[in-house]
Ligand binder design. Structure first.
Ligand code: SF4
Length: 382
């Protein structure tokens, strides 16, 4: 089967050796067993990645979105303050992040073909690449030719979370917009790899349904991509839901202990993939998780467009019945406060503070995740 969506529907993934091993490792266990898993996960990570941690920052381009996702602050019907940065504003945000040391930036946007068009994304990649050498995207799914134009513009990574692999829950939480197409999204990482992305990231948003089932499907997806898209480096994320506009409450909360077990199980079965930890987790927990198997993490994060440099000056609007309604400066919760964030972060430390914390733990913060020159040097014929 060429596509993951076909493999997933067939159910054959449940018989794969990797998935069976993840299931075994995620079975309920006592503290002694979990400690042993953590020790092995840490040793494997050190063997494959050394004592390094790759740092990146998200740069939000737009919080416009045509989809209704019940759990997301940017969901179409939420009465939030919205904006789309101009490419010039994106350049200013990128320069700010570059000045703080970041050499790897993730451009993030809601899904809105009018405001976040392929041409706009290409412009934003070019503006960011002017001062940041490694640019990744987390935007609405696209066709392979668009992915090709993004990589030709200089982007090297593409991240797309399936959110949930449970089709019934997916249908219930995504009630309107193109995101309703579960299988189109499921095959997105492959289209991205075929479009030339050297790094592809997948993930599940934990808290929407039973975490063991989610992680098994996530492991199946990772296993499939490692076989089919072997030219691309794979990263896996498993963020837990955070408070956001709309007030969605997790239906299946994941405890810290469960989170540790997930991290260890994935690391033990997939020693060479990147495991990503966001600022959705609090500082003290993050510092512990860094030492178990995490390889990539964000720091000093804002989840609102323009949040790094332009909060005071940004023109924002609300949407009423699909139409933009300008917000006046004197209005409570209005202009002058910037655009609304996607979700509240839990680790509010600056990039410098996270970097110092990593050094105290004995880790080298790596600010650049990917080197295009290295990729060329490794290409056949060069
Ligand atoms: S999760 Fe993504 S697609 Fe859904 S509302 Fe939020 S930004 Fe839009």
């Amino acid at each position: 089967m060429d596509k993951f969506s076909e493999y997933f529907v067939s159910g054959q993934w449940r018989d794969s050796a990797a998935v069976r091993e993840v299931a075994r490792l995620m079975a309920p266990c006592d503290d002694v067993r979990l400690e042993e898993m953590a020790r092995q996960a840490r040793a494997l990570t050190l063997r494959h990645f050394g004592k390094t941690m790759r740092l990146f920052a998200p740069l939000y381009l737009s919080n416009e979105c045509v989809n209704i996702c019940q759990y997301c602050g940017f969901s179409r019907t939420n009465p939030i303050l919205r904006t789309t940065l101009t490419p010039e504003q994106v350049g200013s945000e990128a320069e700010y992040l570059a000045a703080r040391g970041f050499r790897s930036v993730l451009l993030v946007a809601g899904e809105h073909p009018k405001f976040v068009s392929a041409d706009y994304v290409v412009d934003c990649i070019a503006r960011t690449r002017a001062c940041v050498p490694s640019v990744s995207l987390e935007i609405g799914p696209a066709e392979e030719p668009d992915y090709r134009s993004f990589t030709e513009a200089g982007a090297d990574g593409l991240i797309v979370y399936q959110e949930t692999y449970c089709t019934e829950v997916y249908e219930r939480l995504h009630t309107s917009g193109p995101k309703r197409d579960f299988h189109w999204r499921l095959d997105c990482p492959q289209r991205a790899a075929n479009g030339g992305f050297k790094r592809v990231g997948i993930g599940a948003l934990l808290g929407l349904t039973d975490w063991r089932q989610e992680v098994l499907a996530l492991a199946a997806h990772a296993d499939f991509l490692m076989r089919v898209c072997w030219k691309s480096f794979l990263t896996v994320s498993f963020p837990r839901l955070r408070p956001a506009a709309g007030g969605f409450q997790p239906e299946a909360p994941v405890s810290d202990r469960d989170f540790v077990q997930i991290l260890c199980a994935l690391r033990l079965v997939f020693p060479q993939i990147g495991l990503v930890l966001s600022t959705r987790e609090p500082a003290a927990l993050r510092d512990r998780l860094f030492q178990l198997g995490i390889t990539h993490t964000s720091a000093g994060v804002r989840t609102d467009p323009g949040g790094y440099t332009q909060k005071d000056t940004l023109a924002v609007h609300k949407r009423v019945a699909g139409k933009a309604v300008p917000v006046i400066a004197s209005e409570e919760g209005g202009a002058g406060e910037g655009a609304t964030e996607q979700f509240a972060i839990a680790d509010g430390r600056s990039a410098e503070e996270v970097s110092e914390a990593l050094k105290l733990l004995g880790y080298d913060p790596v600010w650049k995740d990917w080197d295009a020159a290295l990729a060329q040097a490794n290409s056949p014929g060069i």
